[in-house]
Write a protein of this length. Sequence first.
Length: 285
Amino acid sequence: MTQGTLQGRYVLRRPIGHGATAEVWEAEDTLLGRTVAVKVVNLAATTDPTLADRLRREAQAMAVLDHPDVATVYDVGVEGASAYLVMELVPGRDLAAVLRDGPLPLAEALRIGERVAGALEAVHRAGIVHRDVKPANVLVDGEQVVLVDFGIAAVGRAAAALTRPGTTVGTAEYMSPEQAAGRAATPATDTYALGCLLTTLIAGRAPFTGENPLAILHQHVEATPPRLAELAPGVPARLDRLVATMLAKEPDSRPSAAQVRAALRRLRTGRAVALPGAAAAAAAT
């Protein structure tokens, strides 16, 4: 995609991100006189017939949410061989860029983790599973933390029609065992990814690494994840136990996003953490 105008309304100013089939542009909404972000997907560059549906699903997923830590969507459409999504332009950097400078201070990692967990709590309440929680999909600007890119989100029953059996969707380092095995994603899938994200923020690396994505996926399914305390000596024991429960192989053994948010807040403020039911049992093993 080059500089131009979509639907006679959105003037593309400069590219601010890109992927295999999509680019994100800073653009001007000439109708409402505001600066926005426009995600433009090249439909001709893929053989995936669901790509336009996935973008529309991203818009639907984001449109039902009203949360300060989830990017607001404004418009969606198709023009020629391009599908586009117009959303709030969030300033700052994504966590993948931030982490190039090394792991974060513990207090900052807890703050960001709490905010992402709060965003996921709202997402799950709306019946959505994000399915691709990773550093590149979390934008930070000072105190602001925003979860973005719902392009592969599962929305209610629509996911069954748009995801073929046995298909894996997500990013290898942050993919849950059930995703790696081609099983259905649930809210617990996002909890697992958030556990991987917290590990990366604090230890500077994901729980599992490997020479290729397949090797990493195999570890998610078969290998015991390293404890956070092994990767980042000196972290509080309560945080080590919390992350261990988030990385449980069985989805039912993981805490909910709401429980993770509350636990991280208690850790951040120095209050005791009480893990619920199955999560508490998992932490004891």
